[in-house]
Design a binder for this molecule. Structure first.
Ligand code: ADP
Ligand code: F6P
Length: 324
């Protein structure tokens, strides 16, 4: 028989992402609508181990849907990757009467949820990361906002790059994944997009491309470089020396993680937050919410973590034709 859920805990873990607050708000309000108690666990698994657990009421999530960051704070916690830490976490949940935990984060955070589930605490994961690097889902909370933030910043760099007839290398986040880079590359009409999934280390090709474009009268050359490749500053120096074209590197950094979430991030995060509560109430555990082919769906966490995804070959291919 499915375990009855009376009290739900919610935490955010790993890197924050715009829209996490919308998800927290939805979890709290849907849980209350279903007659459940709801507790906020501060600072991810680190806060769980420190028993930073607070009761949450309807008004505690007022005025947050439009805010970036996470009101529950977030952290990375080494102790929770150990068996001892996980057992301690499960015991603390039991002590506080928490029957189910909703974990908003990335693959690493889902591994923590998987461990809690094995120790008798029902868990549901919600994909929250600007990197979009979770294989089971085509949507992760924060990617849309981060990509739009980066796109707007790149437009600004492009203005000054054109005025000075420069080459600009703009580095965007994404850890080992190139989704933000690919999307901005297309959205900003970049001349070159460097993705970890595709990088062949042949810088001469870049140099030739810049020289050819210059001969054809192009006034700027925008290169979007993914964080997973990195080294933008040294790359800029080498390219300037090889092409004679003044080259600057801009690393967008953490500004991509902040700011008010887009409409899409608010709506999808709200839907996933409510759905996670509904799944717990149905007695489900060790599952993760996802979005695929127009539908909100859920997967077994073990299966979700075993899935792999790559970038769109077609979009990468056409990006080269479109930037001519
Ligand atoms: P993300 O969730 O964005 O992938 P991390 O990989 O930093 O971010 O993971 C967030 C946290 O999840 C870690 O700090 C740790 O507390 C927990 N975690 C990561 N891997 C594991 C694991 N194998 N077992 C248990 N907990 C884990
Ligand atoms: O996972 C989100 C992310 O912003 C990545 O794009 C980046 O590699 C990493 O987190 C940065 O982490 P930190 O905030 O610890 O510097």
């Amino acid at each position: 028989m499915a375990k009855e859920i009376n009290t739900i805990g919610v935490l955010t873990s790993g890197g924050d992402a715009p829209g996490m607050n919308a998800a927290i708000r939805a979890v709290v309000r849907e849980a209350i609508a279903k007659g459940k108690q709801i507790k906020g666990i501060k600072r991810g698994y680190a806060g769980l181990l420190q028993e930073e657990i607070v009761d949450m009421k309807q008004q505690d999530v007022s005025d947050i849907i439009q805010r970036g960051g996470t009101i529950l704070q977030t952290a990375r916690c080494l102790e929770f990757t150990t068996e001892e830490g996980q057992k301690k976490g499960a015991e603390i949940c039991k002590k506080h009467g928490i029957d189910g935990v909703i974990v908003i984060g990335g693959d690493g955070s889902f591994k923590g949820a998987q461990k809690l589930a094995a120790l008798g605490i029902n868990t549901i994961g919600i994909p929250g990361t600007i990197d979009l690097d979770i294989a089971c889902t085509e949507y992760t909370i924060g990617f849309d906002t981060a990509a739009n933030t980066a796109m707007e910043a790149i437009d600004k760099v492009r203005d000054t790059s054109t005025s000075h007839e420069r080459c600009s290398i703009i580095e965007v986040m994404g850890r080992g994944a190139g989704y933000i880079a690919l999307w901005c590359g297309i959205a900003n009409g970049a001349e070159d997009i460097l993705l970890p999934e595709k990088y062949d280390y042949d810088e001469q090709k870049l140099v030739n491309h810049i020289i050819e474009n210059r001969k054809r009268g192009k006034q700027h050359h925008i290169i979007i470089n993914a964080e997973g490749i990195g080294h933008s500053a040294s790359m800029a120096k080498r390219i300037e020396a090889a092409t004679g074209v003044e080259t600057r590197a801009t690393i967008l950094g953490h500004m991509q993680r902040g700011g008010s979430p887009t409409c899409k991030d608010r709506v999808y995060a709200s839907t996933m937050g409510a759905m996670a509560v509904d799944l717990l109430c149905e007695g489900k555990s060790n599952r993760v919410v996802g979005y695929r082919q127009g539908n909100f769906v859920d997967f077994d966490i073990d299966e979700a973590l075993a899935m792999r995804k790559g970038i769109s070959e077609y979009q990468y291919l056409i990006s080269k034709n479109l930037s001519i």
